[in-house]
Write a protein that binds this ligand. Structure first.
Ligand code: F6P
Length: 357
């Protein structure tokens, strides 16, 4: 069978491992041929292709990025965009398409499926905010990078008696902030799911220092929000502005805003660092290489079982097939048990609690 493959949306460590697994199993087990559509949906819209065979996937397992390259192109924004995509697949004799991406990429895949294209999806995003799957690949790598950064920031904060705010990615969900915050022993973790009161954050840090600590680490997801809808920062960057073709604002700046508000309220010297795309670059962790490989193998098997309009998903420790519609229905926010773990390990305000000695 001839199968098209593309990677869309923000890149993510492990994309090459998925591509490699699809091509290797497809070639050796099913005698498939592949067409690589380049730069996400743009390649399918504009018919930009590359050869995708055993030779082209050689040596790519540990490499970050994606050999197919990527973009945030949305065919829905172009006249006859979906029809053009379907026509280009036909032109290359592709009977099926494997689309590797997050909610935006997979929402286009679902529309193409409704239009009659045989599509299988693979869940990708460092944000881990896709529904229907326990983990997306790339998340573990991002968490490890953020944790290492928090460890490093700890020693310099400690040396200077400072508060340091670490801004991590996470537009609508605080998975990276929560996991790296727990793993890195942060003192405050701020995520989009739980709007924060800046006075309480400052007071918690003040009380911690009154108990003898002389530095603090705050981890904030880029999409973290002030509880009062603080006009000083609505989560969107004033520097960059702009929206992508899927309507998402570019985020950034919460770390700097928080640092100045904390310093103002506590008098403690405060700095901020933005990890940004460092979290998306470089080599995937072993966990992500294995997960991405399993997703790729799952996707090519799904194509041959005729499970179209479906996405490979991780449930428990099994790769299963779920409807694309379920994966894109809503953002998957941090679940209660993990939220409880993050609050359970942090200092509480007004410790010792009233009446407890
Ligand atoms: O969607 C993944 C993500 O890394 C988000 O966490 C972040 O807001 C966004 O991509 C950044 O996108 P770009 O690479 O287009 O700046």
């Amino acid at each position: 069978m001839k199968i098209g493959v593309l990677t869309g949306g923000g890149d993510c460590p492990g994309l090459n491992a998925v591509i490699r697994a699809v091509v290797r199993k497809g070639t050796f087990h099913y005698e498939d041929g592949f067409v690589g559509f380049m730069e996400g949906w743009r390649g399918l819209l504009e018919d930009k292709t590359m050869e995708l065979d055993l030779a082209s996937v050689g040596g790519i397992l540990p490499r970050g990025g994606t050999i197919l390259r990527t973009s945030r192109t949305n065919p829905g924004k172009y006249p006859d965009g979906l029809q053009r995509c379907a026509a280009n697949l036909r032109k290359h004799g592709c009977e099926a398409l494997i689309a590797i991406g997050g909610d935006d990429t997979l929402s286009v895949a679902a529309k193409l499926f409704d239009a009659g294209v045989k599509v299988v999806g693979v869940p990708k995003t460092i944000d881990n905010d896709l529904s229907g799957t326990d983990f997306t690949f790339g998340f573990d790598t991002a968490v490890n990078i953020a944790t290492e950064a928090i460890d490093r920031v700890h020693t310099t904060a400690e040396a200077h008696n400072r508060v340091i705010v670490v801004e991590v990615m996470g537009r609508a969900a605080g998975w990276i902030a929560t996991y790296s915050g727990i793993a890195g022993g942060a003192d405050v973790i701020l995520i989009p799911e739980v709007p924060f009161d800046i006075d309480q954050v400052a007071e918690l840090i003040r009380q911690r220092h009154a108990r003898g600590r002389y530095f603090s680490i705050v981890v904030a997801a880029e999409g973290a929000k002030f509880a009062d809808g603080n006009e000083k920062h609505d989560g969107t960057s004033t520097l960059q502005g702009g929206r992508d073709e899927f309507g998402h604002a570019r985020l950034g700046g919460i770390g700097a805003t928080l640092a100045s508000e904390i310093e103002k309220r506590t008098g403690f010297e405060t700095r901020s660092v933005v990890l940004g795309h460092i979290q998306r670059g470089g080599s995937p962790t072993a966990f992500d290489r294995v997960l991405a490989t399993r997703y790729g193998l799952g996707a090519i098997d799904m194509v041959h079982r005729g499970e179209f309009g479906q996405m490979a998903a991780l449930r428990g420790n099994k790769i299963v097939s779920i409807p694309l519609a379920e994966a894109i229905a809503k953002n998957r926010t941090v679940d209660q048990e993990i939220l409880d773990a993050s609050t359970g390990i942090l200092d509480t305000l007004d410790y010792p609690a009233p009446g407890v000695s």
